[in-house]
Design a protein around this ligand. Sequence first.
Ligand code: ADP
Ligand code: MG
Length: 693
Amino acid sequence: MGSLTFTTSISELKRIGVRRAKVLSENHIQTVQDLLYTFPRRHLDRTSVSQIKLLRKGDHSSIIGSVRSMGEKAIRRGRIFQVFLSDGTGSMTLTWFNGVKYIKNLFKVGDRLAVYGKIDYYNGFSITHPDFDRLSSHDDPVNTGAILPLYPLTQVYKSAGLEQRIFRKIMLDIFENLDEVPELFTQEICEKSGLIPRKDALHEIHFPKNEDSLKDAIYRLKFEEHFFLQLLMAFRKATLKISKATPFLITGPYVKLIEDSLPFELTNAQIKVISEIKDDMKMPQSMNRLLQGDVGSGKTIVAILTIALAVGNKAQAVLMAPTEILAHQHYESIKTILDKINIPCALLIGQMKKSERQKILIGSESGSIPVVIGTHALIQDDVHFNKLGLVIVDEQHRFGVKQRGKLIDKGLNPHFLAMTATPIPRTLSITYHGDMDLSIIDELPKNRKPVVTKVIEPTRLNSVYLFMKDEVSKGRQCMVIYPLVEESEKSDLIAAVEAHKQLNESIFPDCEVGLIHGRMKTEDKDNVMELFSKNKIHILVSTTVIEVGVDIPNATVMLVEHAERFGLTQLHQLRGRVGRGAEKSYCILVKRKVTDTSRDRLSIMERTNDGFIIADEDLKLRGPGEFFGIRQSGFLQFKIANLLTDGSIIRNARDVAFSVAKNDPNLMAPHNRYIRKTFMEDYADRMDFIQIS
Ligand code: ADP
Ligand code: MG
């Protein structure tokens, strides 16, 4: 017919009254476009629906059947609710352990259900807490050859009568009356990237003719989503690149002096990365570079040489770290080297005497202190620089874009170097860091031996303690880590403090056992770290405050308690605290909770020391949101895109997005008008997108 457009309000649609419109708009569905972009979460067809008699334990299967009977049952711990479903080939049980009161009212005998879940076998096939939808008696994807979409309808929708069948009718109506769909991409882009027209893609994602057309639709819609994310990256990169920076043309005496004074040879990877940085900073545009290197790969010396280059060009440099301990450590190691060549540097952190702070602020504003290292304290309003030419942020994923922007704004387009030890998988990296150039240190210093890792049960702790005593008697040091998570902070802290007491008094009476945690005063923390670095503390009990960056080459044992409570990437970071010297080092992961998956997960740590493999596994197990621990961020909320599996689509979309941004930097060309519209409406506000915990 042609009376509906993308912007038609949902309240004008058939079957949508005040109540349904309210529910939909509360879920951010206000227009026809919003509805069309509410994609089915699965489709049912002849090939995807299984017969009960052919089910296999362990598979994830879809079944369509009718409710024969149902009932509640008392078990040892509470009540369960069961539905008995049959499909003509056999029958099976659906079981709910929670929310019985509520679940039991959702079904009637005779209801037709499409259910989905992992197949179990106890006296017959069963699924616990299945995903389920009620179907009408006409919905018959098995015998008709139809492909039936199933939408992500929560109970809120269903209570407004928005059941699968109704939702499908609404969608069908839209397609019958849909006028035109604004195409985003030119013919040329569509052809080159193998994209079917937008209107077809939308139709086929909801009501596919066959599996192939569904695949094409998915491809096109994933491409769209990645395209806009990459466009965001392209614009950010461009914004940074048009800013004129001071080129650092003098290689200067400092770099050579430092290189000559190092007690070791730089690795080839370090040399390569340093030359990439040098080349970049010679340019009259700001460097915007991410330095990625596994824990212990030697990023700090790269930072120091970069700083020396800036200072040699009469500019100031600043390095920001996420924790005070880390800032302190950087300060110590940077100062040791800069002292030798008479470059003053200062440490600026939150907890500081006023007079001391004042001195540093004056020095940085006048330029008499060329190098300042610190924490978030650096971004406060009263911190000024005379000529800030280089900003380095360590563990940059711990800061928000705003925070690093604030620091950058203290200079006039300074060069920017971010460092991270979080080995972000490539597909994630070009999305998340897509606006930056990448330098990778892919080689550890030669004297490193891989850390031997073992997952153990608590019963074996005694022999580990004996081993630790032995290491300490040889002059080495150990760390014992306790988890500390925000929700249970108090009890976690108590656990760590008590463990320290026990280790100190009864288990290692002859060793010096120290304690450090985030709630301590800076002074006390510094004091403990100082003692530990001088081997006056032999065993350090810690909550995860030491997770990033701490460098004590003499430490050879890392014992992690409640290891199952940590993410793999986090464990890898922790493990990186040992194995930094020439001695053989050990990482012991104590598994306290008995679940079969935690054993599997932790054993990855035994098998590999490669941060990238671990990150990939972590990403697979936890998904990108969890992986990053993203806070209230819309950035990684995808409709259909999947960072894990869309590698080639992402690369393709990236090429297209970057060329669109290059050819039409303001998206003013008529053929880009719908790109512009969508970008402004749905993506531009993600510019400041991410904050990682
Ligand atoms: P990370 O990349 O984790 O920040 P660091 O910069 O702290 O690693 O370096 C870890 C340790 O390795 C430090 O003690 C550092 O002095 C040492 N180191 C750095 N580069 C080399 C090298 N090329 N050869 C030997 N040791 C090195
Ligand atoms: Mg480091």
